[in-house]
Design a protein around this ligand. Structure first.
Ligand code: MTE
Ligand code: MO
Length: 434
């Protein structure tokens, strides 16, 4: 127990400024007991009987609401008055934990409002370069083999404020709220395409939604035959209206916009359609003025959610640093964390199961000594990709000329570099670059 005060830092510190070994987390109990001293001693004091325990409690409802104390955990809206235009609802990552985004907090981007689809009337058609065009009702789809998988969806415009040459002071929600992670259940698209019989000339599919804008995207047939899914359920229940009820295209690891919601049509073609959303929108630009023709994959990325902007560390000592990592190229293999602005790094513990193309939560114990610190995370995936440092990213992809003021705009797309938080000696967090 002498470890408690002096020994711990020296014994377990694995990187600068108080980062401790993730092994501490594996052996919760004895080792952790040495680091943690925040609970008050229970002594012999009896617990008092609280008011809520003295009368009959709340009756269960058919659909239970959350605790009234959790009212602040909500999405932020870009179109709160419901004007007829594009709208974004952002996930409050700094107030969530684990890896599953609850359905009512899953982010949405909806360009012309969510259509109020009657599932009994909805049809999905597969046609084009196929031997046998097919039409599916929801009932008919339910008779095919179903599978479930975890997958994140991320808008190409997520994290766009980080293209600013100066760090914007904003929460994880404002910066990274356009990515969420859920368990999706549905039918493999390859099963349906095999039944339709793809013509050898077929190289692409064009997927179309049933909303007013009939959002359409071209997807390489290779992806369609790989892990693409017609998703019918989201975290065990029918997909939310905003996320594509009653069915959406799920393309694990591919840019959010391609995951066509309210899916009604798949046309097999020999070339891409160059639709509005792939030729005018969602084509990131490069510093030399050229633009990517397509940018399908959401590359390896991570960010710290706790502690993050908006949090204040109340006192020095032990704190846990935690966040999410994900890659459109497969499983997360490693996440490193720094507490000294990138000078030294320590590996974080990855919380299993580590699913491909899905959120992985990481944790690392940190003993903050009360002096200024800069914390950040960096992820690697099993395909050998690493999250670029900011200098590397900016050299390749550029940044905006003027500081970004409009947090809702998309000055550019597919930012996957680091997010760093500065901790001041008064415990306040800010957004910083290094
Ligand atoms: N039909 C249709 N599909 C759509 C959209 C849309 O407006 N209409 N928005 C796209 C965009 S821009 C993104 S980022 C993702 C968001 O998926 P989510 O709302 O389920 O999070 O859906 C895509 N699919
Ligand atoms: Mo998007």
């Amino acid at each position: 127990m002498t470890k408690k005060k002096d020994g711990l830092g020296a014994l377990e510190q694995v990187a600068g400024n108080g980062l401790m070994s993730r092994r501490l987390l594996l052996g919760r109990g004895a080792t952790m007991a040495g680091a943690m001293t925040f609970a008050n001693s229970a002594g012999a004091e009896p617990l008092k009987d609280d008011e809520w325990g003295r009368s009959q409690g709340i009756t269960s409802k058919e659909v239970d609401p959350r605790s009234r104390f959790e009212d602040k955990v909500k999405r932020t809206l870009s179109n709160p008055n419901g004007e007829p235009r594009t709208q974004h609802a952002r996930t409050p990552h700094h107030l969530l934990n684990g890896t599953v985004t609850p359905n009512h907090l899953h982010f949405t981007i909806v360009h012309t409002g969510a259509p109020d689809i009657d599932p009994a009337q909805h049809r999905l058609v597969i046609h084009g370069l196929v031997k046998q065009p097919l039409v599916f009702t929801l009932d008919k789809l339910a008779r095919y083999p179903m599978e479930s998988r975890m997958a994140f969806v991320e808008c190409g415009g997520n994290s766009a404020p980080l293209f600013s040459p100066e760090p914007v002071q904003a929460t994880c929600q404002q910066i990274h709220g356009l990515v969420s992670n859920a368990e999706w259940t549905g039918v493999r698209l390859s099963t349906l395409l095999d039944e339709a019989g793809v013509d050898p000339r077929g190289k692409w599919i064009i997927a179309e939604g049933a909303d007013m804008s009939a959002l359409s995207r071209s997807i390489p047939l290779k992806k369609a035959m790989d892990d693409a899914m017609i998703a019918l359920y989201q975290n065990g229940e029918r997909i939310m209206p905003g996320n594509g009820y009653p069915m959406r295209l799920m393309l694990p690891g591919f840019e959010g916009n391609m995951n066509v919601k309210w899916l009604r049509r798949i046309q097999v073609t020999d070339q891409p359609a160059m639709t509005f959303h792939e030729s005018r929108n969602y084509s990131p630009t490069l510093p030399d003025g050229k633009a990517f023709k397509f940018y399908f994959i959401n590359e390896v990325k991570s960010f710290i959610t706790q502690p993050s902007f908006g949090t204040t560390l109340k006192e020095p000592g032990y704190h846990e640093i935690s966040g999410v990592a994900y890659s459109g190229m497969g499983r997360i293999q490693r996440v490193a964390v720094t507490a000294d602005g990138g000078r030294t790094w320590a590996d974080a513990a990855l919380q299993g199961p580590v699913n491909p193309k899905a959120f992985t939560r990481f944790h690392i114990p940190w003993k903050w000594d009360g002096s200024p610190a800069v914390i950040s995370s960096r992820a690697w995936d099993e395909a050998g990709n690493v999250q670029p440092l900011r200098s590397e990213f900016v050299a390749q992809r550029g940044q905006t000329k003027e500081p970004v003021k409009n947090l809702l705009g998309f000055p550019n797309q597919h930012y996957n570099s680091l997010t760093s938080w500065g901790v001041a000696s008064n415990g306040e967090l800010s957004h910083v670059y290094f």
